[in-house]
Design a protein around this ligand. Sequence first.
Ligand code: RB5
Length: 144
Amino acid sequence: MLAIGSDHGGFELKNHVKKHLEDMGIAVKDFGVFSEESVDYPDCAKPVCEAVLSGECERGILLCGTGIGISIAANKYKGIRAALCSDVFSAKMSKEHNNANIICLGGRVTGRELAFMIVDAWMQAEFQGGRHADRIAKIHEIEK
Ligand code: RB5
């Protein structure tokens, strides 16, 4: 199960990304928002981060206008590695090297088709472990 959520700035792109994933047979749990009414992005990050941390969902996608605010908020949760991606290479690397369990997109930055390519690259990539696992362990040390 993949968790998805956005604020109003990411609402439209969220719906497109959700449909793209569902069309590929991926189960998606949508934590909202469900309209373009103005909301606060930290509130939108919360349920998606909690779903990933609890194991209810294996991974998550968060969107706001730029992707910046919601990625900053998500990265305050211990165990969340949220990568703001606006290109395909970074999306792939965010999984291979950083084992990102959430990617963030900017609904006012990234076009629909590019967003699909970014999401696909992240979904298909595999964490490479080894020295990258050692580095992530150092991040967890910082969290303590
Ligand atoms: C909302 O206007 C906007 O600030 C938000 O979506 C996001 O871009 C914040 O980083």
